[in-house]
Design a binder for this molecule. Structure first.
Ligand code: AP5
Length: 216
């Protein structure tokens, strides 16, 4: 089953994708994580992506589509994937549809995690992640436990694109380039929506319900 998690930056796509992948066995594919991994490894792709990511701009479609299509062509993606942060433009969505259709597959459902801009600004401003394993926390909503710190380390880092100027641009880019995907998937009759302004656990339950509705 191929499933897309759609939503603005900070909606909780990554948080939910990790939990949902554990519960369903679907392979979690995040293009943001793939770019950050390339950056950590010092690849040409990582360095190119950084110039866009730091400004809150999208990495160009041709680069992103090539990377993602190569990834879903591997054996471990044959049984299905949970896409987090891809597609982000209509061009990316069309390329994904085409590639899946060539394999005799299709998107089962696109789930929009709906969150207001005010809440997003609060969430991204407080997001931190473990410097060792990358697990994501929030300084107030989901604080790293000081008593038994993640990976035994107290070192938490903030993403460069979680600075206020980059957050504002990411929200604008989402409205201009990614929000049109809501109509795109609505027209196929495969759009579901969950309220992202609930506890993380409640959002996760609603996501599972939406998945069960298409898998039964
Ligand atoms: P990417 O890494 O995909 O970032 P994003 O979409 O902006 O999403 P985020 O990771 O910021 O947020 P999220 O929705 O995953 O929320 P999270 O779970 O962390 O992309 C980064 C950049 O890479 C892009 O700007 C672009 O440059 C490039 N890129 C990536 N994909 C691309 C593509 N397809 N095309 C072109 N360029 C691409 O949660 C956020 C915070 O809220 C956390 O602190 C979390 O603990 C907290 N939180 C989560 N859920 C809740 C809840 N229910 N209640 C309270 N707090 C919560």
């Amino acid at each position: 089953m191929y499933v897309i998690l759609l939503g603005p930056p900070g909606a909780g796509k990554g948080t939910q994708a990790v939990q949902t992948a554990e519960r369903t066995g679907l392979l979690h594919l995040s293009t943001g994580d793939m770019f950050r991994e390339n950056l950590r490894n010092g690849t040409e792709l990582g360095n190119l992506a950084k110039t866009y990511m730091d400004q809150g701009e999208l990495v160009p479609d041709d680069v992103t589509i090539r990377m993602l299509l190569e990834r879903i062509g591997r054996d471990d993606a044959r049984a299905g994937c949970l896409f987090d942060g891809f597609p982000r433009t209509v061009e990316q969505a069309k390329a994904l549809d085409e590639a899946l259709s060539e394999q005799g597959n299709e998107i089962a459902v696109t789930i929009l995690i709906d969150v207001s801009n005010e809440e997003i600004t609060r969430r991204l401003g407080g997001r931190v992640s473990c410097a060792t394993c990358g697990s994501v926390f929030h300084e107030i909503f989901n604080p790293p436990n000081a008593g038994s710190p993640c990976c035994g380390t107290v070192k938490m880092i903030q993403r460069d694109d979680d600075k206020p100027e980059a957050i504002a641009n990411r929200l604008q880019v989402y409205a201009d380039q990614t929000e049109p995907l809501v109509d795109y998937y609505n027209q196929t009759g495969k759009l579901a929506s969950v309220n992202g302004e609930q506890s993380s656990q409640a959002v996760g339950e609603d996501l599972l319900t939406a998945l069960q509705a298409v898998s039964s």
